[in-house]
Design a protein around this ligand. Sequence first.
Ligand SMILES: NC(=O)C1=CN([C@@H]2O[C@H](COP(=O)(O)OP(=O)(O)OC[C@H]3O[C@@H](n4cnc5c(N)ncnc54)[C@H](OP(=O)(O)O)[C@@H]3O)[C@@H](O)[C@H]2O)C=CC1
Ligand SMILES: O=C(CO)COP(=O)(O)O
Length: 342
Amino acid sequence: MSLEVAVIGAGSWGTALASVFADNGHRVHLWMRNPKQAEEVNTRHVNEKYLPDVRLSENIVASTDLQEVVHGKPVVLLAVPSHAMRAVTRELSPHLHPEVLLIHATKGFEMESLKRMSEVIAEEVSPAVAEGLVVLSGPSHAEEVILRSPTTVVVTSASEDRMLRAQVLLMNSYFRVYTNPDLIGAELAGALKNIIALGAGMSDGLGFGDNAKAALLTRGLAEITRLGVKLGAMPLTFAGLAGIGDLVVTCTSKHSRNWRAGYLLGQGKPLDEVLEQMGMVVEGVRTTNAAYALASREEVSMPITTVLYRILFEGTSPRQGVEELMGRGRTRENEYLGPYHT
Ligand SMILES: NC(=O)C1=CN([C@@H]2O[C@H](COP(=O)(O)OP(=O)(O)OC[C@H]3O[C@@H](n4cnc5c(N)ncnc54)[C@H](OP(=O)(O)O)[C@@H]3O)[C@@H](O)[C@H]2O)C=CC1
Ligand SMILES: O=C(CO)COP(=O)(O)O
């Protein structure tokens, strides 16, 4: 059955997911802020700023009118950066159909409250809509999804019915959608891996090799799992698509905005110049800040995150950061096998 779908946010991820819906036979209403960009999508069928090399389906229509895009649609997908989530959700909330299937695909935290995106959204929509909210996570660079390159993701929700509906709506021959009931885990894993991707890019930018990358991935997974579990996640989710899957893709792909930003930082560029040069959202920077605060609040050891925090916000150089990490005291690999040495 063909549905009217609203996609909110026309950066790379929103545009790629709009294409998935369009390929699945749905009519997509894509919201964006810039009228010139909307006209480009409607006349030339291209999103020049974010995915310039791909012709979009004529079943994707763009608009800058948020109310019109959302009003009465049975499916609404949010793909705005984490810093914009509360304001955008608040504005569209009165126009949501009471039985809407609401999905979000954003990977980050609200800085001020340290809340996950689904917690932020739940505070801005009706309880019934919040109850059925679906989170989409997993290893999925927009640049590959838009080319219909085989991709796997997970959807999760407190409502099994909504989770299954989202799976059916999004799944196709190149976009394979798994379900996972661990909403907290899938959401946290997807957000926290961006910190480690920054670190992996930095390691490459410093000229280190595969050993350093493997160390960052493995020890990074250990510490983001530690925080995730303390915040209510199931550990196995970190061994799945939203965890190790997304960690691998983001730490090893040149498509990754976080890896690329880390690479430039490793080469000695200051953070403000790096962010300016990127011109796209680098969620890992804010997420490092949020995770550093969460780790301190929850008393969870996160050495890589702590060092990255110092590099990003306190003037430690990437090289000093590596010395700090490598020079820490002796410890066990796995805390489940016994307590840390002191
Ligand atoms: N890109 C990817 O492959 C993937 C991204 N994600 C996640 O999706 C989310 C969006 O990322 P992505 O699409 O890559 O980002 P991009 O940088 O490609 O695009 C950002 C989009 O957000 C819009 N935007 C920026 N600020 C605001 C604001 N204050 N209010 C409303 N809209 C705003 C931009 O509009 P404008 O152009 O007008 O500035 C643009 O449409 C992030 O959380 C990211 O982690 C998840 C999986 C894959
Ligand atoms: O989450 C992503 C891929 O799954 C996108 O990561 P980047 O924002 O680093 O490009």
